[in-house]
Design a protein around this ligand. Structure first.
Ligand code: ADP
Ligand code: MG
Length: 578
């Protein structure tokens, strides 16, 4: 396989933009069961990019993308390259241009000269150190499962717990008979998606959708403005993509808002706190559903918000709609979270509602918060601590920060920077591109792990094309092994969360399917296999009874099914005020 910077760039661009939404279950998805399942649907991607249609900036240019230059303040803060005119210890130099901008250049003049690279022995030493830091033994995992289970229980007992175990007011499983046309809006962590879902019953559905990236600016913009943008997108989708007019009437809408919200009823949700790097002001502590209804009204959008849901709950319901064996859903995207179905009788904190004890209630665990603040249970490394402390939410989402897509590349980058600082990597090369926080997307780890060439050509491409540094074969082998360590730790920690729910619900003997979704699960090589191996490490052979599979489209199809279930429940007069 030959990898040139160009074809590598297009492969990476493909990973980083809105590809692969052709149907809800890509054949290459790890652990993906099946085209055999008759209860399946299809997704029609119209390929429109609403972001550009609305004249918004492409988010690819967002602050944390590879290949961007530094601002002056970043240069100074890191102190990794010298100030104007001074040669840094890494052989870089900076000059001030007449316009006042800084230009960085590389002092290396002779390409034939062998640069000092890390020696084999040093690399082996480093690898051993990172192995011991990042490896989770079965015994350690069992300890984590134990405390995880306790934490889940605490969240069901009373409000205000670290892992909030949010009742979603999704009452039980779908019948599989839900039908009709529904709009779905999915504000993920990286992407925004607008869909029309046609439920056809018997677990079948069709989806027409539009998807695009959010910019870093939008994530930090005024809360109401962010929601206004969603409303504008939805309006443009209804009018331009679907070609609907006022005469066509109003469609019910499921809004997938995947941030911890406490809910009193299904069309309501107070944002507890932003996660996944969002920081839009004036929305935390407020009812997002009401704010969004306001946006819909002001933009005169022909949609009625029926349900505010979380992607995990949507995934749980959509996966169960096509395969009733699915009892748990997990998202591995920008963030990490899970949902499952609990009996009302086991949720003491909602006793006052007076639901029958056996009544199912989907719980959005918000498990990314496990071990936040106290940090007693997870084996955090100094890299995890740096990520946490330099995040916009220090102390929070401890579990998520060790697992999710937003952070894995950054863990890798921090380790590389540590070795650069120690003078053990890239000596004499200009490493400023690698020194930019969040410059190393988790998609690069996927690419490195899937490089099967002897020379590790893809890895050469990643480092030369995106970061402007040369690597030796030993270094590339080390990078690949490091990616394996980081990816494996993420999968094994995730397995601890799954095992805690399995153990709590007693699903081990009978077994169950776990619907999993998000780019990390769908695209990271071996992720599913590693989760499965970890489940066997935790439970022994019986761990094989728990099988993850690529989930149905929770934030689109799931939200439509939930909207349909809600309508049916209210028509039936069952707990209509919720
Ligand atoms: P969202 O969280 O918005 O629903 P995704 O499920 O697509 O979106 O997850 C986005 C996250 O997945 C980003 O943090 C990104 O770094 C990561 N990601 C994207 N492509 C890959 C890949 N090929 N391998 C691993 N992680 C990826
Ligand atoms: Mg998502």
């Amino acid at each position: 396989m030959s990898v040139t910077p160009d074809n590598l760039a297009s492969r990476l661009a493909g990973l980083n933009t809105s590809e692969s939404v052709t149907n809800g279950h890509s054949p290459s998805a790890p652990g993906s069961p099946s085209s055999e399942n008759p209860r399946r649907g299809s997704v029609l991607d119209n390929g429109t990019n609403l972001g550009s249609a609305l004249g918004r900036k492409s988010s690819i240019g967002g602050g944390a993308r590879p290949g961007l230059g530094m601002t002056n303040s970043e240069t100074e803060r890191r102190g990794s390259v010298g100030s104007a005119g001074r040669i840094s210890r890494r052989g870089s130099n900076i000059v001030m241009t007449p316009s006042g901008a800084q230009a960085v250049y590389h002092t290396r003049t002779n390409d034939d000269v062998e640069l000092p690279h890390a020696e084999k022995k040093t690399i082996a030493d480093h690898l051993r150190k990172y192995e011991s830091l990042l490896t989770l033994t079965p015994q350690r995992m069992r300890m984590i499962v134990h405390s995880f289970e306790e934490t889940l229980d605490n969240g069901l007992q009373k409000d205000g717990q670290v892992v909030p175990m949010i009742p979603t007011f999704v009452f039980g499983w779908p019948s599989g008979k839900e039908v009709g046309e529904y709009l779905a809006l999915d504000l993920g962590g990286t992407n925004l998606r607008v869909c029309l879902v046609t439920l056809q019953g018997q677990g079948k559905f069709q989806v027409t959708q539009t998807k695009y990236r959010l910019t870093e600016e939008q994530k930090q913009d005024e809360g109401q403005k962010l929601l206004d943008f969603c409303a504008e997108c939805l309006d443009s989708f209804i009018r331009d993509t679907l070609g609907r007019t006022e005469a066509d009437g109003i469609l019910p809408l499921g809004f997938t808002f995947s941030y911890p919200c406490s809910q009193d009823r299904i069309d309501h949700g107070v944002l507890i706190r932003w996660t996944k790097g969002f920081g839009a002001p004036n929305i935390e502590g407020r009812d997002v559903a009401a704010m969004f209804m306001d946006s819909l009204k002001r933009f005169n959008v022909a949609a009625e918000l029926t349900a505010l849901i979380n992607d995990t709950t949507g995934t749980l319901i959509a996966s169960n709609y096509v395969d009733p064996h699915t009892k748990i859903a997990v998202i591995f995207g920008t963030g990490c979270n899970a949902a499952y179905m609990e009996n009302a009788g086991s949720i003491p904190k909602i006793d006052s509602i007076g639901l029958p004890k056996e009544q199912g209630m989907a719980i959005n665990c918000e498990w990314g918060a496990f071990d936040s603040f106290d940090h007693q249970h997870l084996p955090r490394t100094k890299y995890d601590i740096i990520i946490d402390e330099s995040s916009n939410k220090p102390g929070e989402q401890s579990f998520e920060k060790m697992i999710a897509g937003l952070y894995l590349g950054e863990i890798f980058r921090l380790i590389i920077c540590e070795l650069i600082d120690a003078g053990d990597l890239f000596l004499g090369q200009n490493t400023y591109k690698l020194e930019k926080a969040y410059a190393f997307d988790t998609a690069f780890l996927s690419l490195m792990e899937s490089d099967i060439t002897d020379e590790l050509l893809t890895i050469i491409g990643v480092f030369t094309h995106f970061f402007g540094v040369e690597t030796t074969l030993e270094e590339r082998q080390f990078f690949k092994k490091l990616a394996v360590l980081i990816g494996t730790r993420s999968a094994r920690l995730s397995a601890c969360g799954i095992a805690a729910i399995v153990s709590k619900k007693g699903y081990l003997e009978e077994g169950c399917a776990v619907g999993a979704d998000g780019s990390l699960y769908n695209k990271y090589p071996n992720f599913a296999n590693r989760v499965h191996a970890a489940l066997v490490d935790i439970f022994g052979e019986k761990g094989k009874n728990i099988v993850t599979h690529h989930a149905e489209d929770g934030s689109g199809v799931g939200s439509a099914i939930i909207a349909a279930m809600t309508k049916e429940r209210k028509d039936r007069g069952f707990f209509v005020e919720y």
